[in-house]
Design a binder for this molecule. Structure first.
Ligand SMILES: [Fe+2]
Ligand SMILES: [Fe+2]
Length: 444
């Protein structure tokens, strides 16, 4: 780049030293450096060493090499320099030839007018500077364009590399989140499993309630996040029952003492309190708190009514009710019978809007489990004295004090019948026993 006009120079070529001197005097105060040569050849020799040679002023009449010949040749070594021919009237023919063949860009007639010559030189210097700056700008743009092109092609590569890195990172995150998901539900299952210590049925109850709740919520088109909360809450909804006495734990609410009933009614709040310290479980805690609210406001713990009951809690309440209603039914009609009994509580206990989503889910969950017994068994309640060896228990048996006696599914034989009859003789409060008996024509 040109920092100042003094970075530029001009070259005067004349075989007459006095002409050179008078021109040097004329340009002495001008802001550029003035060089001189006394022949065309001498000038051609020095030109390659002159940086930013803006202008050559050459006399036409010189021995060995005339001005137009010199200017033409000078163009080969310094093509951008502006060239002027200093000429008398007699040389006009040569001057026109010099301009035409491109050697000279203009001519100055002798004798010259000082002011005009100075001004002409200034104009030429300005023109040269503009050309030079323009070329330098073009160079910069060219370099920048090349850099941009290189950058663009390397950008493509870098984007490809980064996209691959991001994709790999996402895959790792996905795996981590799957693992976390597994751990999360492992912990939930472990928590729900605490209640299994009290009764194996309870864990199945939690899993059934969760399956029904998630099925209904999905069928209703709820979002993934809400369904996840419902699933967690359903698994844990009864963990508060761990605080109940053994007797209350296996009894129906209607059969409980006032004290046990009070404890029983605390179980939703106890469960909520138990998980409240885990911030991520708090939304599920709210659903757990309200899973015994009734549509008509007669439930507990807060007596919420209708739409005031959180939707997830109302879904869990219905699923919970359904799984409890399934106990005591056998055969292909088990689900229909349970749904029928729940139907009598729609509008009072259960939300009517949700009820339509239950039936299909219940069939999907229970039908295969109950199918085997369905073809062959009829369920009924019998006294211990009425037990026969072709009967099968259809519910777990506990003593009134909560002591586990016999698992559902146990086939009656003389030993088990004898055992049950002895225990019932001691404690007749046990009431009737639910059993299945083979239908007529069945092999079981
Ligand atoms: Fe409950
Ligand atoms: Fe429950």
């Amino acid at each position: 780049m040109i920092d100042s006009p003094s970075d530029l120079c001009i070259l005067i070529v004349d075989d007459e030293q006095n002409i050179i001197q008078s021109l040097q005097r004329l340009f002495r105060t001008e802001p550029y450096t003035v060089f001189s040569a006394t022949s065309g050849q001498a000038a051609l020799d020095v030109i390659p060493g002159l940086k930013n040679l803006a202008l050559i002023i050459s006399d036409q009449r010189m021995p060995e090499m005339n001005g137009s010949e010199f200017l033409r040749r000078s163009r080969e070594v310094s093509p951008d320099t502006i060239r002027m021919l200093l000429t008398g009237h007699a040389d006009m023919k040569d001057t026109i030839a010099a301009i035409n063949d491109g050697g000279a860009t203009r001519y100055i007639a002798k004798p010259w007018h000082d002011d005009e010559l100075v001004q002409t030189v200034r104009d030429s210097i300005d023109k040269y500077r503009l050309q030079l700056e323009n070329r330098q700008q073009q160079e910069i743009i060219k370099v920048q364009n090349e850099e941009l092109q290189n950058w663009n092609s390397s950008l493509k590569d870098r984007v490809l590399v980064q996209t691959t890195q991001i994709r790999n990172q996402l895959e790792r995150l996905k795996l981590m989140s799957l693992r976390q998901h597994e751990i999360y539900y492992g912990v939930i299952a472990a928590l729900a499993g605490l209640i299994e210590l009290r009764s194996p049925i309870s864990q199945l109850h939690a899993a059934n309630t969760a399956a029904l709740s998630v099925g209904m919520a999905t069928r209703m088109g709820l979002g993934d996040e809400e369904i996840e909360i419902i699933k967690t809450a359903a698994h844990l909804h009864d963990i508060g029952k761990n605080a109940m006495s053994d007797v209350a734990f296996v009894s129906d609410e209607a059969d409980m003492s006032d004290e046990d009933r009070r404890h029983y009614r605390e179980h939703p709040v106890l469960a909520q309190t138990a998980i409240d310290m885990i911030e991520e479980l708090r939304p599920a805690g709210i659903l757990i708190r309200h899973h015994h609210e009734c549509f008509n406001g007669s439930g507990f713990p807060d007596g919420l009514k209708g739409d005031a009951i959180p939707r997830g809690a109302a879904i869990i309440a219905l699923a919970d009710g359904c799984d409890r209603a399934m106990t005591g039914h056998l055969g292909v009609r088990a689900v229909d019978l349970a749904i029928e009994s729940l139907g009598r509580q729609v509008g009072t206990h259960f939300d009517p809007h949700l009820f339509s989503f239950l039936k299909t889910e219940a069939h999907e969950l229970y039908d295969s489990r109950y199918a085997d017994s369905s073809a062959t068994f009829t369920e009924l309640e019998v006294l211990p004295s009425e037990l026969r060896t072709d009967m099968v228990l259809t519910q777990d048996l506990y003593t009134p004090t909560g002591l586990f006696l016999m698992r559902s599914g146990t086939e009656m034989d003389s030993g088990s019948i004898g055992t049950l009859q002895r225990i019932y003789d001691i404690d007749p409060l046990l009431g009737k026993i639910k059993v299945g008996i083979p239908k007529v024509g069945s092999k079981h």
